[in-house]
Design a protein around this ligand. Structure first.
Ligand code: AMP
Ligand code: MN
Ligand code: MN
Length: 320
């Protein structure tokens, strides 16, 4: 039994916090809801869930999402903090303090750049998603997997494989999905929540950003910019940029696509995708990371400066 230590720690902890990265995606929030449910179902313990940043509407259907808190008391000391889908501690933003104060920590993730910052680390770079890693743990430990927990895991796997399309869509992804279908999840229902409840403004905003895309290096690089005022103009939310960079990657000539998003006048978030190049390596130049074909980082400069630097880094590292 590989994960006995993990079970012991959960059993021996009274105050447990489950948290993921800022502005959670489907893998992050699906995994958090599933872990909450599975700990409750198996150990009759109610954990705290903390959402850092914005929770997209698409994920408000997840069972037990109503237990999530968006604010926290920074004097709180948890017996155990479990991070899910957190590639680096900075991705917890200001909630990092809860992790640092905790008596024990567990880090479950699938980013190859994860530096194993927890007391116990289950980091599987070959897994499609944190959801897939969680299912392996549940199975190994013979924990009961309820329908509510399975819905979280399926959402995690579905979204991090881009709907079973990306290169991380392995045999084990389908085995995992099949197990979750057997438990009773409805693939079409979850698909609709994740992909077919976009607002009109969301689609118009994305269209606007695609329209102003720019290209470099014989169209091998495609990129666009998102200013705060762009999001405001469409009455948008943080998640309005979700999926945008994948549209730029889908262009036949694109190798590397990126989106530069204004956080404030001196901070830019880069989301990068590729078909062939290692973008985790490019993003690690700026202290970020992620996966080979999907990575991100934050650059401490305005959008124009960040774009210039990124284009230069790509030219040097990839096409140099
Ligand atoms: P994003 O472009 O934000 O969707 O991120 C793409 C992938 O890279 C996701 O798996 C993220 O978790 C990861 N990632 C994004 N930003 C960072 C960062 N600053 N450090 C490490 N990994 C990151
Ligand atoms: Mn994620
Ligand atoms: Mn993930």
């Amino acid at each position: 039994m590989k994960f006995n230590q993990l079970e012991e720690l959960i059993k021996n902890s009274k105050k447990i916090l489950i948290v993921s990265h800022i502005n959670p995606d489907g893998d992050a929030i699906g995994s958090v809801c599933s872990m909450y449910t599975t700990i409750y179902d198996n150990f009759k313990k109610k954990s705290d869930i903390l959402v850092v940043g914005h929770l997209p509407n698409s994920y408000k259907f997840l069972p037990n999402i109503d237990k999530a808190e968006f604010k926290f008391d920074d004097s709180m000391v948890y017996d155990l903090v479990i991070t899910l889908d957190v590639a680096a501690l900075d991705r917890l933003s200001n909630a990092k303090i809860l992790f640092e104060k905790a008596k024990a920590t567990i880090n479950i993730d699938h980013h190859k750049t994860n530096n194993e910052f927890g007391n116990i680390n289950v980091v599987k770079g070959s897994a499609s998603s944190t959801g897939e890693v969680l299912l392996e743990i549940y199975n190994e430990q013979n924990w009961k997997i309820s329908l509510d927990s399975a819905i979280g895991l399926y959402t995690a796997i579905l979204t991090d494989t881009g709907g079973f399309r990306y290169e991380n869509t392995s045999e084990n992804v389908f085995k995992s999905a099949a197990q979750l279908v057997k438990i009773g999840i409805n693939p079409n229902e979850i698909y609709k929540h994740c992909y077919e409840l976009k607002s009109k403004n969301f689609v118009m905003f994305q269209n606007y950003c695609i329209n102003k895309a720019e290209f470099a290096h014989n169209d091998k690089i495609a990129y666009s910019t998102v200013y705060k005022r762009d999001i405001e103009r469409f009455n948008g939310e943080e998640d309005f940029t979700d999926g945008l960079v994948e549209i730029l990657r889908a262009i036949e000539t694109t190798d590397i696509a990126f989106l530069a998003k204004e956080i404030d006048s001196k901070t830019t978030k880069i989301s990068m995708r590729s078909k062939k190049s290692d973008v985790a390596e490019i993003c690690s130049v700026y202290g970020g990371g992620g996966h080979t074909f999907a990575a991100g980082c934050t650059i401490k400069t305005n959008i124009e400066g960040a774009v210039k630097r990124m284009l230069k880094t790509i030219e040097e590292k990839i096409y140099g």
